[in-house]
Write a protein that binds this ligand. Structure first.
Ligand code: FAD
Ligand code: NAD
Length: 483
C-alpha cells in the first residue's frame, strides 16, 4: 500500500474518487491497476449507523432488491407451481425476518468485499465526506468530524443519485417511503400502493405481491413502460396484470393523506377524481443526481438544468483534471453504465485507451417474466426511417422454457433491411437478463442477424430463442411458425 503523507503538505494522490458506488469503486480499482496512487472517499452510512462502500447499488438498490426478488419468486413458485411438477409440499410458510436477514447478509458480504478488493489493489479507502475545491484539492471530513485537505492530479466525481420526492405525496416513514424503505418492510403490507410503474415500481411491486400484498401501481403516463419497445411492454403488462398487479395508467396523483395507520391516495385519471386506500405507499418516480456539498466555490465544474454534472463523451467536466461518472452524469441510471464510465476514465487518465459505447447498454427488469433489451426499440427504428425487419420467437415454442414451466413471453430481434445489422433486441421471458448478453456482444461486434443465425446454440437451452428469433427475421425459423 503506498504511503501518501508528504511532510508539511496535503496528502497527495494521483487520483481521488469521490463516491464509492458501482461507478466510483471500479474506477478506483482500475486506476490502482494502472499503477496510480488512489484514494476513494465515500460517505454512505446504513440505517444502523455503519459505514459501507458500494453506494446505492450494493446497500439499497440492485443487490438487496435482487435478493428479495429471488426469495419471493421461490416462495411464489413453491406455493403456485410445485404441484404442476408433481411435487407436494405440506405447507409453505413465510419467515420474512429470515428473508430479510439473508438479504442483509448478502449486502454485508458484497460491501465488505469492496474493502478487500481495495486492500488487494492498494486503494486507500476514506470513509466520510469529500468536497472538491479549486485546483484539484479535496476537503475530506471523516465520519468522526476530523478534517484534512488532500490533493490529486485527477479527481473523479461519482456521487450518484437519490430518489425524487413527489410534492403531492412527500416521504413520511413508515407509511410513505422510497425504494430503500420498501426493501426493509418488516411485515407484508396488506395493501401496498406504488407511485410509478417504472423499474423500481415493477420490481418491488412484484416482491410484495408474491408475498400476498394487494398491490396498486399508479402510473402517470398513459403508456406502460413508455421508454421500452411497445410490443414487449404490452406482453409484460399482460403478465403483470395476470399476476394481480393492479396497474392503473394515466393516473396523476394529487395527494396522499396518512390517517389511522393507512394512506389515502387521491389521483385523477381519464374517468375523473379517484381514491385508493393503502397501508404503505412507495414513491418510485425516478431518481435525481446527487451533488449535495460536493462542489466548493470556483471549481469550474458545471451542472445542467436538471442538476447533472456536465461532462463530454469521455466524462471530462469543464475543470481540467476533474471527471464525473455514473448516476450524477447524463445517460441511463444503471450500475453497469457507471462502472464502464469509471473504468474508461481510469484508463484514459493512465494514458490508455478507454471508451463507452452508449448505443449498446443493456437494460434489465428483474421481474417474472424478466425483461431485457439493448439498442433501439421498433418505434425508434421506425422513426429513424431506416427499413427494417423483425424476428420474434415465443418461449411457448422453447422446449427448455416449457420444461422450466416458464414459457411466457418472447425474444424479438430488429435488423436493418439493407445490411442486416442488428439494431435492437427485446426479450420478455425466463432469464431474459442473461440471454441479452449474447446479443450485446453481437451488437458490439456489429453483427448481422445472419451471424446469429449461423451461430450454433446448444439444445435445449433458452438461448435457442435468440437464435430462432434471428432466423425468423428472414422467415427461416425452424421451431416456430414464420409469421
Ligand atoms: P451510487 O450508487 O448512488 O453511489 C454514490 C456514492 O457516493 C454513495 O455511496 C454516496 O453516499 C457517495 N457520495 C455522494 N456524495 C459524496 C460526497 N460528497 N463525499 C463522499 N461520498 C459521497 N441498476 C442496475 O444496473 N441494475 C439493477 O438491478 C438496479 N437495481 C436498483 C434497485 C433499486 C431499488 C435502486 C434504487 C436502484 C437500482 N439500480 C440498478 C440503479 C443503481 O443502483 C444506480 O444506477 C447505481 O447505484 C449508480 O451508481 P453510482 O456509483 O453512480 O452512484
Ligand atoms: P423510472 O424512471 O424507471 O420510472 C419512474 C416511473 O414513474 C415512470 O414510469 C414515470 O412515468 C412514472 N412517474 C413519474 N412521475 C410520476 C407521478 N407524478 N405519478 C405517477 N407516476 C410517475 O424510475 P424508478 O423506477 O424510480 O427507478 C430509478 C432509477 O433506478 C431508474 O433510472 C432505473 O434505471 C434505476 N433502476 C434500475 C433497475 C434495474 O436496472 N433493474 C432497478 C431499479 C432501479
Amino acid at each position: 500500500m503506498p504511503t501518501n503523507d508528504k511532510p508539511g503538505g496535503p496528502d497527495s494522490f494521483d487520483v481521488i474518487v469521490i463516491g464509492g458506488g458501482p461507478a466510483g469503486y471500479p474506477c478506483a480499482i482500475r486506476a490502482a491497476q494502472n499503477q496510480l496512487r488512489v484514494a476513494c472517499i465515500d460517505e454512505w452510512k446504513n440505517r444502523d449507523g455503519s459505514a459501507a462502500f458500494g453506494g446505492t447499488c450494493l446497500n439499497a438498490g440492485c443487490i438487496p432488491s435482487k435478493a428479495l426478488l429471488e426469495s419471493t419468486e421461490l416462495y411464489h413458485r413453491a406455493r403456485e407451481e410445485f404441484a404442476t411438477h408433481g411435487i407436494g409440499v405440506a405447507a409453505v410458510s413465510l419467515d420474512l425476518a429470515q428473508m430479510q436477514k439473508r438479504k442483509a447478509s448478502i449486502v454485508k458480504g458484497m460491501t465488505g468485499g469492496i474493502l478487500a478488493l481495495f486492500k488487494a489493489a492498494g486503494v486507500t479507502p476514506l470513509q466520510g465526506h469529500g468536497k472538491l475545491l479549486p485546483g484539484r484539492r479535496v476537503q475530506f471530513t471523516a465520519h468522526d468530524g476530523a478534517r484534512r485537505e488532500l490533493a490529486a492530479r485527477h479527481v473523479v466525481l461519482a456521487s450518484g443519485s437519490v430518489p425524487i420526492e413527489l410534492r403531492s405525496a412527500p416521504f413520511k416513514a413508515p407509511h410513505v417511503v422510497d425504494s430503500w424503505g420498501a426493501l426493509d418492510f418488516e411485515a407484508v403490507p396488506k395493501r401496498l400502493g406504488v407511485i410509478g410503474a417504472g423499474v423500481i415500481g415493477l420490481e418491488l411491486g412484484s416482491v410484495w405481491r408474491r408475498l400476498g400484498a394487494e398491490v396498486t401501481v399508479l402510473e402517470a403516463l398513459p403508456d406502460f413502460l413508455a421508454f421500452a419497445d411497445q410490443q414487449l411492454a404490452r406482453e409484460a403488462l399482460r403478465h403483470f396484470r395476470k399476476q394481480g398487479l393492479d396497474i392503473r395508467l394515466g393516473a396523476k396523483v394529487t395527494g396522499a393523506t396518512v390517517a389511522g395507520g393507512a394512506v389515502d391516495v387521491a389521483y385523477s385519471d381519464a374517468k375523473g377524481a379517484q381514491h385508493v386506500a393503502v397501508d404503505r405507499l412507495v414513491v418510485a418516480i425516478g431518481r435525481r443526481p446527487y451533488t449535495g456539498e460536493l462542489l466548493g466555490a470556483d471549481t469550474g465544474v458545471e451542472l445542467d438544468e436538471r442538476g447533472f454534472i456536465t461532462v463530454d463523451h469521455s466524462c471530462r467536466t469543464g475543470a481540467e483534471g476533474v471527471w464525473a461518472v455514473g448516476d450524477c452524469v447524463r445517460g441511463p441510471m444503471l450500475a453497469h453504465k457507471g462502472k464502464e464510465e469509471g473504468v474508461m476514465v481510469a484508463d484514459v487518465i493512465a494514458g490508455r485507451y478507454g471508451e463507452v459505447n452508449y448505443k449498446v447498454i443493456p437494460a434489465v427488469v428483474y421481474t417474472a417474466p424478466e425483461i431485457a433489451w439493448v439498442g433501439l426499440t421498433e418505434e425508434q427504428v421506425k422513426a429513424s426511417g431506416r427499413e427494417y425487419k423483425t424476428g420474434v420467437f415465443p418461449f411457448q415454442a422453447s422446449a427448455r422454457a416449457r420444461a422450466m414451466e416458464q414459457a411466457a413471453g418472447f425474444a424479438k430481434i430488429i435488423a436493418a433491411r439493407d445490411d442486416d445489422e442488428i439494431l435492437g433486441v427485446h426479450i420478455v421471458g425466463p432469464m431474459a437478463g442473461e440471454l441479452i448478453a449474447e446479443t450485446v456482444l453481437a451488437m458490439e461486434y456489429s453483427a448481422s442477424s445472419e451471424d446469429l443465425q449461423r451461430t450454433i446454440h446448444a439444445h435445449p437451452t433458452l438461448s435457442e430463442a435468440v437464435h430462432e428469433a434471428a432466423l425468423n427475421a428472414d422467415k427461416r425459423a425452424i421451431d416456430s411458425l414464420n409469421r
